[in-house]
Structures are given as structure tokens and as C-alpha cells.
Design a protein around this ligand. Sequence first.
Ligand SMILES: [Fe+2]
Length: 300
Amino acid sequence: MSTTEPAFKFRPDDPDAPFVPDPALLSPRLIEVKNALVDAVSGVFRDKKITYDEYEKFRQVMMLLQEFKGVHGWFDIWLAKMVDASYEDEWPGTTSQPEGPLYVPGAPVLTPEADGSYVLPQRDDEQGTPLIISGQVRSMRDGTPLACAEFDIWQCADTGIYSNFGMDDSPAWNLRGKFRTDPEGRYELRTIKPVPYMTPGIPQLILDIWNGLGKAHFRPAHVHMKLRHGDLPGGEYMTQMYFKGDPYLGDNDPGENSQSSLEVGTTRHSDPEELKARGLEKYSSFLTTTFDIEVETVTK
Ligand SMILES: [Fe+2]
């Protein structure tokens, strides 16, 4: 029988001995912040005289968010904004965003066009306005480009529907795909401008809360972007790109996760020659925009 002390104890050596925390592991900062949070939340409960009925509704909403894998996103959205707004601590990089419930792993790897750009998989008669997004991925620390970073993109069609969920007859992986940045971290992708949409399957309880808060049921139009690269902390980064002027931005966004720093303007091109040069003759116009992404990187 081994005499080595086990790393993990299932029970105290002496169940009746008083518990004394290990002073070497204590964090005064953690205790201070935790106590301040409890005080602040208790203050709201007292001031607003929160009832058990209201708390029960909150608990049910949390459970529903958990079903949608939305708990992390909900806290991240709210708390990241508060960190941004706190003293001297503005995030210098591109704001990250949660994955959301409509990501599907395993999207096809796209083949580059002759000029090195990519086209997101779409139907021959894909409805909507073509959108060309170009930009550069670089380190927010020193601007070093992230060469050969893998983009994993997903978005809704002009119908507001995402592929791969059996909600319409769109082919599998429509408007989903993976591609890589070039040696300078640059990319160019042609897609269709997404539209505001309502996430399918939102329970009535959540809709009631959105109605009560005066929020829309539609999220503002956005393109989901996941990045993978060895220099990213944890190897992965996620964000969403929004469009200036969208009526569902800001406080109207039911999830409140759109951020003004992630909004882009677009330029419309209607010249027949330009359309022809892009192979987009069947459309009356197309849009272009730039979306550079500045990310935290790890030093090696
Ligand atoms: Fe989405």
C-alpha cells in the first residue's frame, strides 16, 4: 500500500477540527470585490423590493438561457461593457462576442479565387445584396499581422434563416465557410449582406421580458466570425460585425450584445462595369466594407 499523500482528499483528516483557510492562498482582492458585488446586488434587491415571484421569473430565465447555452454570453456581454466603462481600462482590441446558438462546427474549407479572395457558399440565385468584406487581422499589442489565421464565418441569408437547422430548403453549409488570411494577415470575402433576424425557438418567457423592456424581437444584422491561430490566447477568438444605421442596434438589440465599435459603414457600387468585373452582373449593386480585427496575442 502506498504511503504517498493523495493530491485530492475526499474528506478532512479530522471532521471535527476547525477549518482554517490557507493564508498563502487567500486573495484580499477577491474578497473585497466579492463583498462589494454582494452589497451592490443586495442594495438593488432592498431598494426595489424584489419579490419572490420576480426572483422566480429570473431563475426561470437563467435556466432557459442555460438551455440555449446563453449563460456565458449573457454575463460576458454585460460584464465586458462594465469593464470597458471602468476606470482607465478600455479594451484596445476588437471587442469579442459570444458564439451564439447557431454556430455549427465543420464548415467547408473554401478554395480561393484567382485573386486570393473567397466567396462564402451560396445558391446560384442567392437573394440579397452582395457584400465584399476585406480587412487585416493583427495583434493589438504591436500590430503584427496574424498570417494564415483561420476564419470560420457564419451568417443568415436574406430570409433571416441560418442553414443547417432544417428551417428551409437552403443547402447544407449555405453562407458558412472557413478560409485563411494571407501572409500579411489580410483577407477578402464575398457574401450576401445579412438581415436582422429572430433567433428561432426563443421561449415566450424571454419574449415577454423583451416586450417589457421595450426591446425588438430581432437582432441587428451581423456576420459571425471565429478566428483560430496559434498566437491567440486559447487558440481561438470570436466576434460579430454589425452595420451602421441598422434600426436594431444598441438598446433595441434584444441581447444587447451589439457594440458600436463593431459597426461598419458600407459603400454601394452600382456601376455596371464594376458589377461585371466582379462577376455580379445579375445584381443591380454590391456593397464593400472594411473590417480589421485587432486581437490579444500570446508571446512565445
Ligand atoms: Fe447570428
